[in-house]
Design a protein around this ligand. Sequence first.
Ligand code: MV4
Length: 504
Amino acid sequence: MMFKKILIANRGEIACRVIRACRELGIRTVAVYSDADKAALHVRMADEAHHIGPAPSAESYLRSEKILAAAKASGADAIHPGYGFLSENAGFVREATVAGITFIGPPPEAMEAMGGKISARKIAIEAGVPVVPGTTAPLASFEEARETAASFGYPVMLKASAGGGGKGMRLVTEEGELRSALETARSEAAASFGDDSVYIEKAIVRPRHIEIQIFSDTHGNHVHLGERECSIQRRHQKVIEEAPSPINSAELREKMGECAVKVAKAVNYVGAGTVEFLVSDVDRSFYFLEMNTRLQVEHPVTELVTGIDLVREQIFVAAGRELSFTQETVALRGHAIECRVYAEDPEAGFLPSPDKITRLRLPQGPGVRDDGGIYEGAEVSIYYDPMISKFAVYGRDRTEAIERMRRALLEYEVDGIKTTLPFFREVMHDEAFVRGELDTGFINGFMERRREFAPGRDALDAAIIAAALHYQNSNSTAKAVTEQRPQSRWGMAGRAAAVKGIWE
Ligand code: MV4
């Protein structure tokens, strides 16, 4: 059995990514779109497209009845949810199943088991997987919080049971702060999730965020595909991801992989999933954090180092096939780095920069991959996540990958909107990044180093003029680089300096 037509219940780059996999398999594709997305790339790429309502996602991409109506009208036999929107909505999975349409993803029971943080912690503990020391029930009182915190010592972390994305999360460094922190966490949790239950954990100081990709089929096979290092985040949004993690040894990978598979087995998982861990930089002990029951944004880095097309595999698994690989045949090779390109201005505190893309030139050559959802002339909408593309490189080792990313980022040209590209050009030259010293405090540290070492206005002007003069008469490919409109003074000097080898 193979699907003839798949509806993609999403937009942007991930909708395009899924359409590509379907096309390779000869499966027809159905796009859905809101008023804001009439001219979007995913609509242009799909075989057919159905309008599902106004621009706000609450009135379009989040409306299960509209998506299901489009699926029925088009005769789709399966739905791929992408990530976000309805991808982790168990009710939607049940509605699709009742309508006789296959949901490409895990069973709703597995989603629900992992949906609540406390429930997920309990399952991990029962499966023999290490979790951060803490409570496995919501806190009943301040007294309970005080006693638990005292039993494993400060700092501690208060988290919303219904939580996610750092909302309702509070770091408490001493007992004096506990009472007010508990109140804030509760009211934030109530406001965000309509549920004020909060639990407590020992805080891991400046942890690494490392996650394991797992894959399961309907025949009881569960395999892990190694880790991704996702420590470089801003406001709980990942910004740069890589595979493998610069700190991971084969030994640690095997241990973490085994634990991830235990969690997957415990919930009878099916399809692609990710088990997140916090890893202590002190002794490399690791702790289960949560499981994401969907394909993740950063899946390309795993694809690059395993050679496995995760979306193709998702479709096969949903159609009932056995996994095309076993734990023994999965081999990790080389190193991949991904930068999430956002329509945001790094010079203005990463303020969204929605507008028309007037120029787009993508990097080419060895080892590059761009998963984009835009084109030259497209409008970036204010209504959705401002991520316009994911740019990834592959190298035989981390050094080659970094050098390739530096080179490719100089080729990447976007005009009309501000992007995070100039920021990435600088990070790729940051000493701590190059050494692989990554933790969840990386961006703050980077921004501090940047302020400290920022050249003055005169020095910048001199560097820009010198670089421009130097390349004006040269035939070097770098000429094109200096001709680009600088997106920031720093970015321009960064490019000039990188091209001149000042930072080498
Ligand atoms: C933690 C932690 C330290 N100790 N839990 C942030 C979002 C949520 N998924 C869990 N998070 C954290 N939980 C304990 N016990 C530190 C974080 C954290 C973090 C984790 C991953 C990536 C970036 C982060 C940034 C700040 C805090």
